[in-house]
Design a protein around this ligand. Structure first.
Ligand code: XMP
Length: 317
């Protein structure tokens, strides 16, 4: 009977035969699919595979260094980090409208990836396409497909005549996780909640500034840390903090404060097309709220989002 180890053996042989002595490039995001695909390629062809991580300045706390540690240091993937934070933040300056944010981020991603990747004489582009993506692109899109223009890393610049390598295109998500474990990717990495390509820019309502990014990063890190400590992270489909575009009045010590508001979101879902808000234990909510208000300067109020999808979407933008 067929096992994941057989899949690895067949995939490696197939990739080697197809690539020959050519070079494969690919963008990695730190997400499950691009991570597993990258480690598989490294196993098959070593440094003939070149990975690029675009640091768009919109990633979570410590995320860039964690991805580098995991993929490069631990798994030996030839990884280049593209320092894009300044470019992304300059182009997002003053932009509030969600779809405009997405468009700018998608285009900037392609510009920076393209500029760096075209220095490599590559014949192939790796994409972490899964079976559900394959089905979705040949059938009619679901009703939610048109609500937000989801952008995934790895858009192919038209002038780059690259052949696609899609080693995960016959796998479902749970099979990708199993494959990752067989390849030695750490458990916390294969079990990671999805994180959108536009990053924290769509979790900051209103203008994206370095100061607001820093506030959201700190609040989100506290929330996720407490979810993990409570043993709840793996039971939740997706959890994150959102920074709202309003200020509220509060009191701290003898002083009146007037600061920003954080919303916490957690959902359970099977396919991210529909989702239920997650009934988090009250003591956990209390702990997270206390910690965020005490530890994150600039936040004086925390709310919990009790909206399912539909009518809400999972992200707020
Ligand atoms: P929504 O908010 O539409 O999200 O209920 C459904 C799932 O998609 C993710 N999402 C995105 N992923 N680019 C992405 O790569 C995007 O622009 C984007 N917008 C939403 C969201 O995090 C959730 O997992």
């Amino acid at each position: 009977d067929w096992t994941m180890a057989d899949f690895v053996e067949e995939a490696v042989a197939h990739i080697r035969a197809r690539v020959g002595d050519g070079i494969v490039i690919g963008a990695v995001s730190g997400g499950v699919d691009s991570t597993v695909a990258a480690v598989l390629l490294q196993k098959a062809i070593g440094t003939q595979f070149r990975a690029f991580l675009v640091d768009n300045g919109l990633l979570r706390k410590n995320e860039v260094s964690e991805v580098v540690a995991r993929l490069h240091d631990k798994c030996g993937v030839a990884l280049t980090t593209i320092e894009g934070a300044d470019t992304f933040l300059a182009r997002l300056d003053g932009v509030v409208e969600p779809e405009k944010k997405r468009k700018i981020i998608g285009n900037t991603f392609i510009d920076l990836f393209d500029a760096e990747a075209s220095k490599v004489d590559a014949a192939f582009l790796l994409q972490g396409t899964l079976y559900p993506d394959v089905i979705e692109s040949v059938s009619h899109k679901g009703p939610s497909a048109t609500i937000k223009t989801h952008h995934n890393v790895g858009g192919l610049p038209a002038h780059m005549k690259l052949q696609l390598i899609e080693p995960l295109r016959f796998l479902f998500k749970d099979e990708v996780r199993a494959l990752g474990l067989v390849l030695g990717v750490e458990k916390a990495s294969v079990g990671r909640h999805p994180f959108p390509g536009p990053g924290l820019a769509i979790r900051i309502l209103g203008a994206v500034t370095p100061q607001r990014l820093s506030v959201l990063r700190d609040a989100d890190a506290i929330y996720i840390e407490e979810l993990r400590a409570a043993g709840l992270y793996d039971a939740i489909g997706q959890a994150f903090a959102v920074l709202l575009p309003v200020k509220a009045v509060g009191v701290m010590g003898d002083c009146r404060t007037y600061e920003e508001v954080i919303a916490l979101r957690a959902v359970e879902t099977s396919d991210f097309m529909t989702a239920n808000w997650f009934d988090l234990p009250t003591p956990l909510l209390r702990r997270v709220s206390t910690r965020i208000v005490n530890e994150v300067r600039g936040i004086n109020r925390v709310t919990y989002d009790i909206t399912s999808k539909p009518p809400g979407t999972i992200e707020w933008l």
